[in-house]
Design a protein around this ligand. Structure first.
Ligand code: FPP
Length: 258
C-alpha cells in the first residue's frame, strides 16, 4: 500500500532541497540571529504547560541548525535565555536551564559529525553549574570544528554587555593598555561578547512580537530584520528559507547609496 504521508514528506523534502540549491546561487547571510519567541503561547493553545512549548522549541533548534548549516551560513546565534528571564517562575527557569543539557546530550554527536562548533555568550556567573558544564563540554569537544558556529545566547543582555565593555575600556585606558584616541567602533566591538564574530546579517523574531528585547543592540545596527507571526515551535524549514529569500531581495546600503 502506498504511504501517502511518506510520499508527501518526500515531495516536501525535494522542495526544500531545490530551494536550498537556488538560495546558494546568491550570497547567503553569513550570520543569522534568532529571537525564538512564542513557546508559551504555542503550549497555551494546546492546553499544555509552558515548559512543553520550550521542549518543542528545542526540537525546532535542531531542525533549523541543520538547515542553516546546509545553507553554508557561518554563524547562527540563538537567544535561549535573557538576563530578564530570571523573573519567570522558578520551575520554568529550572526547566530552561536544563534544556541545553538535554539538547546537547541528544544531539552533540550529530553536531560534531556535521562540523558544527558550539559557542555561548552571556553572563556565566549566574548560570547553574550543570548547565554551564554541559555547554562548556560541548564547546571543548567542538572547538576543532570549522563549520557553522552555533552560538547560544544564555543569560545574555545587551545593555549589560555594553556596560561591561565600557567599564573594561575605561580600565584599559587607565592602565595604559589602550589609548583613548585609538578607541573606535572596531576596537569597541572587541570588548563585546561577540568580539570574535561578525555582526548578524539577518535577524529573525518569531511569534508576532516586533521588538529587540535587549538583544545584540550594538551588533544589529545594520542587520536586516524579518518577523513572522509563527510561534517558534511551529517554525519550519520553510519559514527559514522564506526569511533568507526575503533577505536576498533586500538592498543593503549601510547608509550609502545602492
Ligand atoms: C520565548 O518564548 C522563549 C524562551 C524564553 C526560551 C527559548 C528557548 C528555547 C526555544 C529552547 C532552547 C533550546 C536550547 C537548545 C537551548 P516565551 O516563553 O516567551 O513564549 P511566550 O511569549 O509565548 O510566552
Amino acid at each position: 500500500m502506498i504511504n501517502k504521508k511518506k510520499l508527501w514528506r518526500t515531495a516536501n523534502d525535494h522542495n526544500i532541497e531545490d530551494r536550498v540549491k537556488k538560495i546558494k546561487e546568491e550570497p547567503v547571510p553569513e550570520h543569522i540571529a534568532i529571537i525564538m519567541d512564542g513557546n508559551g503561547r504555542w503550549a497555551k493553545k494546546r492546553a499544555l504547560p509552558r515548559i512543553a512549548g520550550h521542549h518543542e522549541g528545542m526540537k525546532t533548534v535542531k531542525k533549523i541548525t541543520k538547515l542553516v548549516n546546509k545553507l553554508g551560513v557561518k554563524v547562527l546565534t540563538l537567544y535561549a535565555f535573557s538576563t530578564e528571564n530570571w523573573k519567570r517562575p522558578k520551575h520554568e527557569v529550572e526547566f530552561l536551564m536544563k534544556l541545553p543539557e538535554e539538547f546537547l546530550g541528544m544531539f552533540l554527536p550529530e553536531l560534531i559529525e556535521e562540523n558544527v562548533r558550539v559557542q555561548m555568550m552571556g553572563e556565566r556567573s549566574q548560570i547553574p553549574k550543570h548547565t554551564l558544564n554541559a555547554v562548556e563540554k560541548a564547546m571543548e569537544q567542538t572547538s576543532g570544528n570549522d563549520g557553522l558556529i552555533l552560538n547560544f545566547a544564555l543569560n545574555y543582555g545587551s545593555r549589560a554587555e555594553i556596560l561591561t565593555a565600557v567599564k573594561n575600556i575605561i580600565s584599559d585606558v587607565k592602565n595604559g593598555i589602550i589609548l583613548e584616541e585609538n578607541l573606535n567602533e572596531e576596537l569597541f566591538s572587541r570588548y563585546l561578547m561577540t568580539e570574535h564574530l561578525q555582526d548578524p546579517d539577518l535577524l529573525i523574531r518569531t511569534s508576532g512580537e516586533i521588538r529587540l528585547s535587549n538583544f545584540m543592540l550594538w551588533q544589529l545596527a545594520y542587520t536586516e530584520f524579518w518577523f513572522t507571526d509563527t510561534n517558534w515551535p511551529d517554525f519550519k524549514e520553510d519559514h527559514l528559507l522564506e526569511a533568507v529569500e526575503a533577505f536576498q531581495r533586500r538592498s543593503r546600503r549601510f547608509g550609502g547609496l545602492s
